[in-house]
Design a protein. Structure first.
Length: 111
């Protein structure tokens, strides 16, 4: 009878140990699931941050391109103005030369 009681007690102990191990395994699985969920959340946030950063960089690049295009257009206008001013200066030189010639002729006629 004592031997049988010992066997029952040992069996009960093994059952209790097995239950404890199962409970620990469940707890470990729950911890792993929580860690996975946290990692997924962080990855999602990182992806969103990267997407936002890319959009901001694209917007900056677009703005820079627009500014460069505007600056090029302005430079073309300034170049045109400079060419016009040069043409007017050349015409003024021509007019001055013609006036100087006319003056020389007038002085000859008066002499």
């Amino acid at each position: 009878k004592i031997e049988a009681d010992k066997k029952v007690a040992a069996a009960n102990q093994q059952a209790a140990d097995a239950k404890a191990q199962a409970a620990k395994a469940d707890a470990d699985a729950a911890t792993a699931k929580a860690a996975e969920a946290k990692a997924k959340t962080e990855a999602t946030k990182a992806k969103a941050d990267a997407t936002t950063a890319i959009a901001a960089a694209n917007a900056k690049a677009d703005t820079a391109n627009q500014q460069a295009t505007a600056a090029q257009a302005q430079a073309a206008i300034e170049k045109q103005k400079a060419a016009q001013a040069q043409a007017e200066a050349d015409k003024a030189k021509g007019d001055l030369a013609a006036a100087a010639q006319a003056l020389a002729k007038a002085e000859q006629a008066l002499a």
